[in-house]
Write a new protein. Structure first.
Length: 280
């Protein structure tokens, strides 16, 4: 394989000076450098650009600045710039092991296909987290046999050809753009292949920031919208992009719930009302 570009790894960013270097360091350590890295940044106000460019000597690297702060737009922009056959979408706070690109290449050659989903794991390997992520991965894998398949967050591997045919991610969706992508592929007759041996570390920074109960509520609510074919095009709850949001994690009680629950009650009331109005 040498230095032939087989993958284009696309990472959207906004103020990720603390997290982006970690995933770029993982990519710099890859045993097989069969990829290019494309960072699409939404005019970060911190040192994201400077930190990113420090890695340009380790692999084929492109850094683009765009004015639109929209994760789908940023991914689509990167997809247009991709020069490879396969595109890997990763979030700036994700992590991978040093054999990620090498093993993924072998899996794609073996399984053949145009859409793949990795297994999600977490760095914090408590028994509770291990059990939770086993459940999450099982749901994602089983959903591929349904007409409403799910995606593992922003971690998706797809051919540039299929990505172009799908016209990329839907930029008008506030969230669930990842699930929407694999569901539109399914309508075209393309079933995503779940890769149990290809792992991506999913960051728990949002859980640490907001608390387990609040984050689970948002995920469950988004899942309900998906199941009843409703598009989330407005901010029915806060789901902020940007690493600066997580620099100062707020204190939690022993259950991981923020002590001030007033805002959480407001979120429940607002989204419940929105869901009722949409279904009526």
């Amino acid at each position: 394989m040498g230095r032939d570009i087989f993958f284009s790894i696309i990472i959207p960013t906004l103020n990720e000076e603390s997290y982006l270097p970690k995933i770029l360091s993982d990519l710099a350590s890859q045993r097989v450098k069969n990829f290019e890295v494309i960072v699409v940044d939404a005019l970060s106000q911190d040192k994201t650009r400077e930190k990113a460019l420090e890695f340009s000597k380790y692999f084929t690297f492109y850094f683009y600045s765009v004015e639109k702060k929209n994760v789908s737009f940023q991914r689509n922009f990167g997809g247009q710039k991709a020069k490879s056959e396969y595109i890997i979408f990763l979030d700036a706070d994700s992590r991978v092991n040093k054999m990620f690109t090498g093993n993924l290449y072998k899996e794609i050659l073996k399984k053949r296909g145009s859409l793949f989903l990795p297994t999600l794991i977490t760095e914090e390997r408590s028994s509770k987290n291990i059990l939770l992520f086993k459940l999450v991965n099982s749901v994602i894998e089983l959903s591929q046999s349904s007409n409403k398949p799910l995606a593992p967050g922003g971690s998706i591997i797809i051919t540039k050809k299929l990505f172009t045919q799908l016209n990329g991610f839907k930029e008008d969706l506030y969230i669930t753009e990842d699930h929407n992508l694999v569901q539109r592929a399914r309508k075209m007759g393309i079933k995503a292949k779940f890769l149990r041996d290809i792992k991506v570390v999913f960051s728990l920074r949002r859980v640490k920031k907001e608390g387990q109960v609040r984050v689970m509520y948002k995920y469950i609510l988004a899942l309900i919208f998906i199941m009843v074919d409703l598009r989330i095009t407005s901010n029915i709850f806060m789901y902020e992009m940007g690493g600066d949001v997580y620099k100062d994690l707020e204190s939690k009680d022993k259950w991981g719930i923020k002590k001030n629950t007033t805002k959480f009650r407001s979120i429940v009331k607002k989204t419940s009302s929105f869901l009722v109005d949409s279904l009526s």
